[in-house]
Design a protein around this ligand. Structure first.
Ligand SMILES: O=C(O)CCC(=O)C(=O)O
Length: 261
């Protein structure tokens, strides 16, 4: 690496990369300035309002296989908009945030492609949980080296839906069977596993990075505060879908975010 390149690269220390490889996640702390967070919050709220009118969002608290009547009686809301970057310039721009990409480059290498992004909103008082899972249990990508950046637009702690992760769990993918009790694809429901979890508090504008096989979950939001989060999932070009055997090609939905070749 030339002097200019190493100066331009402000990623993680070797120790921090080692900690990520060992634990399967890394807490980066505050990465977005308050005025940037304000802009993103306004855009986030606008997009959810529009999505409610058009129905272009999902409530993950409801199993897709449930019938329409049960859907209408959902008690909690774990709201998801996929691909905010296709609806908003501000969120598209966030994909190219240099300090975030510097960290991703430390973890994934210099060629970084978007897998997808998603907004994950737990409204005050009725924000539903996301049960224990490993992302690649759903995604089925190969190689299984994807990295996620989970960003918070509000102060987040255990009472409004903080991220819980099990250190070291990224080394093995477990079976993602549907749980009869919760309808979640994976619900460890296992107090021992929950006790081993690390709970990550973050300020608004904070970020946490995790490997695609790290077991994680978020609890309900029982506070009067919103919990607005945004996840960006990164892969290396040449990643394949195991289900179809096809490469996940570069496109408007899956742009290259950084290239150094
Ligand atoms: O935001 C949440 O509550 C869950 C996020 C999550 O599971 C993920 O980013 O993989």
């Amino acid at each position: 690496m030339s002097a200019a390149q190493s100066e331009a690269h402000r990623g993680l220390t070797i120790e921090a990369v080692g900690a990520f490889q060992d634990q399967g996640f890394l807490v980066a702390g505050k990465l977005l300035e308050d005025d940037h967070v304000e802009v993103l919050r306004a855009e986030y709220d606008r997009l959810f309002e529009t999505a409610r009118e058009s129905g272009r969002y999902r409530n993950l608290s409801i199993d897709d296989t449930e019938d329409k009547n049960r859907k209408n009686r959902a008690r909690t809301q774990m709201l998801q908009i996929m691909q905010m970057c296709e609806r908003s310039i501000e969120f598209r721009r966030l994909l190219y945030h240099e300090p975030i990409l510097d960290i991703v480059e430390s973890l994934l290498g210099p060629n970084i492609q978007l897998f997808h992004d998603q907004a994950l909103y737990k409204p005050p008082r009725q924000g539903g949980p996301v049960f224990w899972h490993q992302d690649n249990g759903y995604w089925q990508c190969s190689p299984a080296n994807l990295v996620s950046c989970w960003l918070t637009l509000d102060d987040v702690d255990v009472s409004n839906g903080a991220m819980h992760l099990i250190p070291g769990s990224h080394r093995h993918l477990v079976s993602h069977e549907r749980s009869a009790e919760t309808s979640a694809l994976l619900d460890l429901g296992d107090q021992a596993a929950t006790q081993k979890a690390t709970v990550v508090d973050l300020p608004a504008g904070g970020a946490m990075f995790h490997h695609c096989q790290t077991m994680h979950h978020t609890p309900e939001n029982v506070t009067d505060r919103p919990r607005r989060a945004f996840a960006i999932h990164y892969m290396t070009p040449g990643t394949k879908s195991i289900r179809t055997g096809d490469y996940l090609d570069v496109s408007f939905s899956r742009p290259m975010l950084r290239m150094r070749v």
